[in-house]
Design a protein around this ligand. Structure first.
Ligand SMILES: [Zn+2]
Length: 392
C-alpha cells in the first residue's frame, strides 16, 4: 500500500506513541533514555511522543532519576487513571456491569437478575441505566471513557456487534449496535470464553504466554483460543466450539441439535446428570455434589470419577488438536480444586505416544468469576495500546 508522505509520518508517529505507551504500561516508570534504548528510538522521537502522550493525559513526568553525569534524566510514569472502560457480562441468569481503570482495577460494580434473555429491551435498559449512574457518580467525562465491552454467551461477530447464536438460550441474531447510540460510547462485543481467554492472557495466570486454550465450565462449555497473543476465531467466528465436539457417537442429545457433544457430559449439567445416573440424591447444583464427595459418599465419588473421564477426553482432544502451552480452566468448578484437579490431570496425561505431563500445563483460572467481564473491559483498551487487530 502506498500512502502519502504526511500519512506515513502520522502512522509512524501513532505507532511509536502506542509502543511507548505499551512499554510504560508494563514497566510503569522509565526515563526517556530508557524508553529510547528499549524501543530503539532516538531521544527527540521519544521526547516528541511523550509530550503528545502527556497532552492526552496518559503519562506524566514523575521526578528525576540519579545521574551518572550531566543532566538528571526525567522519569515518565504511566497514568492508570487516565482513561476508563466498562465491562458488561450477560449470562443466562444475570447481567453485571463494572467500571475499571487502565489497570483493570474494578472501581464500580453493579448487576441485575435476568429471567429471560429474550427480553432484550429489559437488558438494554438495565445496562444503560447502570452505566449512566456510574458515569454520573464518578463525574466522568465521556472522553475519558474508552468504551463498553460486552461478554456474551454464544457465537459473537465482533465486527457487526452481533450475538449470532446461543443454542443453550434459544436465541440468535441479536444486535448490540444500538448501545453505541444510546450510550454515546464505542461498543465492543466478544464471546464469554474468548473474553476470559483474552483476560487470562493479559492479566491472569499466563500473562507472558503465547498459546493457551481457556475452557469455561458453566451450564455449557465454552472455549477461547489465544495464539501468539491473538484471539483465534476463524472464518465464521466460531472457532473453538470444543463444547460441541462429539465424544460419544449416538450419545446424549445436545441443545445444538447434535448428539454426544462434550458439554453434555463435562459441563456442570454433565456432573449433575452423572450423579443422578449413579443413583444420587436430588442435587440443585455442583456444590452439593462436591459436598457429598467430601462427606465420603460412594455414589458421589463414582459420579465424579465418570464425569472426570469425559472431562479428560475433551482436554486430550484439545491438546492433540492445538498443542497449546497452557489449558486454563474457569468456572465455579474451580472452587473445588482439591476434590478433582489432581485426578483430572492424571486422567488427561495417561501414558500415550503423543504427549506427556509438562508438555501442556493445565491451570485453574486466577481471575475466577471475573475473567469474562475483565476481558470485556479490556476490549475498548485495545485501541489505545495495540497496533494490530487482536483477533485472527
Ligand atoms: Zn452440541
Amino acid at each position: 500500500m502506498l500512502l502519502p508522505d504526511n500519512l506515513v509520518q502520522e502512522t509512524i508517529k501513532d505507532a511509536n506513541g502506542k509502543r511507548i505507551l505499551n512499554l510504560l504500561y508494563k514497566e510503569r516508570r522509565l526515563t526517556k533514555q530508557e524508553i529510547a534504548q528499549s524501543l530503539g528510538l532516538s531521544i527527540p522521537t521519544v521526547i516528541s511522543n511523550v509530550n503528545d502522550l502527556m497532552v492526552e493525559g496518559l503519562v506524566e513526568e514523575a521526578g528525576v532519576a540519579d545521574s551518572t553525569g550531566g543532566r538528571k534524566p526525567v522519569i515518565v510514569r504511566f497514568r492508570a487513571d487516565a482513561r476508563y472502560a466498562f465491562g458488561v457480562d450477560i449470562s443466562p441468569t444475570e447481567g453485571r456491569v463494572i467500571l475499571t481503570d487502565l489497570d483493570c482495577r474494578i472501581l464500580e460494580e453493579d448487576g441485575f437478575p435476568i429471567q429471560e434473555l429474550r427480553k432484550y429491551e429489559f437488558i438494554a435498559d438495565q445496562v444503560c441505566r447502570i452505566i449512566g449512574e456510574m458515569i454520573r457518580r464518578r463525574t466522568l467525562d465521556r472522553k475519558e471513557v474508552l468504551g463498553v465491552g460486552f461478554s456474551l454467551p454464544g457465537t459473537v461477530n465482533e465486527e457487526s456487534l452481533l450475538l449470532q447464536n446461543a443454542p443453550n438460550l434459544g436465541i440468535a441474531n441479536i444486535s448490540f449496535r444500538e448501545f453505541a447510540d444510546r450510550l454515546a460510547l464505542p461498543v465492543y462485543t466478544e464471546n464469554e470464553a474468548n473474553a476470559a481467554a483474552y483476560a487470562e492472557s493479559v492479566l491472569g495466570v499466563v500473562k507472558d504466554l503465547n498459546n493457551l486454550v481457556y475452557i469455561s465450565i458453566t451450564k455449557g462449555i465454552g472455549t477461547g483460543i489465544v495464539i501468539k497473543d491473538h484471539l483465534y476465531k476463524g472464518k465464521n467466528k466460531r472457532a473453538g466450539e470444543f463444547g460441541h465436539m462429539t465424544i460419544e457417537a449416538h450419545g446424549k442429545r445436545c441443545n445444538c441439535g447434535r448428539e454426544g457433544c462434550w458439554e453434555v457430559y463435562a459441563s456442570e449439567r454433565g456432573l449433575l446428570n452423572s450423579y443422578k445416573e449413579c443413583g444420587g440424591r436430588a442435587a440443585q447444583g455442583i456444590d452439593e455434589v462436591f459436598e457429598h464427595v467430601q462427606e465420603g459418599e460412594p455414589t458421589a465419588a463414582e459420579a465424579l470419577d465418570k464425569y472426570l473421564d469425559y472431562f479428560a477426553i475433551g482436554i486430550q482432544n484439545i491438546i492433540l488438536m492445538l498443542d497449546p502451552d497452557y489449558v486454563v480452566l474457569g468456572g465455579d468448578i474451580t472452587r473445588h480444586r482439591d476434590a478433582f484437579f489432581e485426578e483430572l490431570v492424571r486422567k488427561v496425561f495417561v501414558p500415550n505416544s503423543f504427549f506427556a505431563q509438562g508438555d501442556t500445563k493445565i491451570l485453574l483460572s486466577k481471575l475466577g468469576k471475573n475473567a469474562s467481564i475483565l476481558g470485556a473491559a479490556l476490549l475498548p483498551m485495545q485501541t489505545l495500546f495495540f497496533l494490530n487487530e487482536k483477533v485472527i
